[in-house]
Design a protein around this ligand. Sequence first.
Ligand SMILES: CC(C)(COP(=O)(O)OP(=O)(O)OC[C@H]1O[C@@H](n2cnc3c(N)ncnc32)[C@H](O)[C@@H]1OP(=O)(O)O)[C@@H](O)C(=O)NCCC(=O)NCCS
Length: 165
Amino acid sequence: MIELHTLESDDWPLWRELRLAALAEAPYAFGSTLADWQGFGDREERWRARLSIPGAHDLVALLDGLPVGMASGVPGEEEDSVELISMWVNPVARGQGLGDYLIQAVERWASDRGARTLRLSVMPDNSKALALYERHGFMDTGEPGDLLSDGVRRERVMAKSLATV
Ligand SMILES: CC(C)(COP(=O)(O)OP(=O)(O)OC[C@H]1O[C@@H](n2cnc3c(N)ncnc32)[C@H](O)[C@@H]1OP(=O)(O)O)[C@@H](O)C(=O)NCCC(=O)NCCS
């Protein structure tokens, strides 16, 4: 059974556990690195601040009661856009629809708050994530994403129009 929990800043230990696992397991997928969030970077107030972004929606997915996935929706640069970030599903739980579930939940939340566009950035060679996003109707915007550490490639910026209520 899949359940979703919306997190508040007091839930930072759970977010921390999942986020550190995500950065360790899938370093190819994220702009942040494990090193950014370890040692001096690993402080309660920092995790609390991450879960206190104004207007954001932070979700953890539980599979049969165990926390195995995460995603956030955060306000975008444009007033009517929202960004999907921090998407990760533990390898033990992949291929069971948790990714679908998380995207749909962020999409519902974004529509409810009146957003017209859901945007995301993805590494150009992250084929699993690209397939998932394309399956959900995200399309390449053609905008240049953040430059990667090789100084050549860039993240791909994708967007999906949301149904307005
Ligand atoms: C990308 C990622 C979030 C996908 O998570 P997921 O939970 O495996 O996603 P889903 O289960 O919804 O879909 C994945 C596959 O399982 C299939 N699937 C979904 N539900 C299924 C079910 N009930 N039974 C069988 N297969 C199913 C999907 O069709 C999909 O197949 P495809 O890869 O051949 O298209 C996960 O691989 C991940 O965390 N990767 C590392 C981090 C990452 O890349 N994050 C994105 C940063 S932009």
